[in-house]
Write a protein that binds this ligand. Sequence first.
Ligand code: HEC
Length: 108
Amino acid sequence: MRRTTMLIAAAGAFAMGLAAVEARAGDVAAGEARYRVNCVNCHGKTGKGMASFPAIKGRDAGYLASRLTTYRAKEKIGPNSAIMMSLTSELSDEDIANLAAYIASAFP
Ligand code: HEC
């Protein structure tokens, strides 16, 4: 009986943890730090892009996170997706949420 109660409590806590991760809004400061290291060279300081590197400004966080998740899953979007596939392969869900939050707020 006791054991069952504990198991149920543990399962509940786990489910709540998952919900917290899904609902988490990205950390803008952490996203900015990573953007400066990994993204700014191609997408620019204001998200305008350059040459064949597309602009990423004016997008909401949901769109950005979905693009990054698609690249991480090695799914093609445009002709140069291979570049983004390798750049996103090491990103965690949290990294993606942070980057999306930063880009959406800094480059409206
Ligand atoms: C070496 C240059 C380069 C770097 C560095 C780079 N990108 Fe990209 N990015 C691209 C290219 C090229 C594309 C278009 C890929 C395609 O054809 O699908 C792209 C596409 C994107 C898109 C999708 C744009 C759209 O509207 O479809 C997003 C979002 C994005 N990059 C975000 C990032 C983030 C965040 C980082 C840092 C983790 C990053 N990029 C680093 C070159 C780069």
